[in-house]
Design a protein around this ligand. Sequence first.
Ligand code: FAD
Length: 386
Amino acid sequence: MMEKVAEIQDFDVIIIGAGPGGCSSALALKGLGLKVALIDKSEFPRDKVCGELMHRKAVETLNSIIPEFEQEFKKFPKTLVLKHTNVHFKGKVLAFDWQNESYTCPRLYLDNFLLETVRQQTSTAIFTGHQPNQITRDEQGITVSIKNSNKVFKGKVLIGADGAHSIVAKQFADKTLDRKHYLGAVRAYYTNITDLKPDTSEVFFNTKFQLNYVWVFPVEGNKANVGFGMLSSDISEKKINLKETFYEYFKHSPELAERFKNAEPVSTLEGFGVPLGSSIGTTSGDRFMLIGDAASLSNPLSGTGIGNAVLSGKLAAEQIIKCFEANDFSANFMKQYDLVLKKAIVDNLMSSYRTQRLLGKMPFMLDVVFGLGRFEKIKKYIQSMV
Ligand SMILES: Cc1cc2nc3c(=O)[nH]c(=O)nc-3n(C[C@H](O)[C@H](O)[C@H](O)COP(=O)(O)OP(=O)(O)OC[C@H]3O[C@@H](n4cnc5c(N)ncnc54)[C@H](O)[C@@H]3O)c2cc1C
């Protein structure tokens, strides 16, 4: 049998993963004359299990890349504007008002919206439904071959934006799953929740479940994204069934039980992992950088990661500009990215981790936090942690 001849395409930059992180990098590389390939194994639109709350950081970073981003995003029919967060604990409510709006948008639509923005605003070559089966590195550059095809992509530098199960992180940064720094989480969509306010995200704590909480985030169409997450090490040590625990939580939380009496699930309960930024390993090396979940940049307190995926995507693009200017793609040169990442993201994640550990060891501190939460300064501090 004759071997298929490889169809080689040359690029300057290869991005693997077209989630919020990968799209942010592609947008930030716009107009620089670099040939960029954005490769994703899925066809879009595709879903991604997530709570779907977009903090300001994501929106502000995208605004800094494309000034009209927020204006367009607000007009998008699947976007919901959020102005408040209510945190529930032992029948008390701590209410936060956001000075600037945050948003929810189902990932099925958000990620497609971002990818379409890349398609319309940049000359990025987009390859969805393309799964890499081999990625190699040498002095000449990066080579990515695609499963079940004769396509081969070559580039000078690679961004690993391929999420929680990143093959780039596994292969180039020897990353393995560390259950102590990894959340298992589930979510489903519900409708008919009593007193669901479309501009208010809600979080419910219960002492039985220590620091873990159920979130209820309103999304478009009078629905809410409802979910629950727990440290993977706790799940395996205590042999917890996450899906059963999710439903049990409702029984132990009087507010939830009452409010969900007439609620109806409109999707199945689905699970996915969240690599937490409480342990960051290698984030760059010869000819590559990791961003977003591939770099484990989700917040250990809240589990949110879209903002850091988008910000790290922008920072990686800025490093790439420096690499091409200096014609240097070495691990030593890439260390600049690690330093910038530390200052912009990692230091903050470590503060959140310290707070998470303190609260985890001393759950009664939640009572204290709730008591002190009425003071504006403490509220602002809590807001900065998530
Ligand atoms: C249950 C749950 C709730 C969450 N809630 C929130 C929340 O409310 N707010 C928030 O900010 N964050 C939340 N997060 C975290 C958030 O989902 C992630 O931090 C965010 O999606 C990271 O973006 P990313 O671009 O790095 O990766 P992803 O969004 O995971 O995108 C990775 C992309 O890479 C592609 N890919 C994967 N493997 C390969 C491969 N081998 N080859 C090619 N392509 C590949 C995928 O198809 C995907 O398109 C939650 C996570 C979970 C699991």
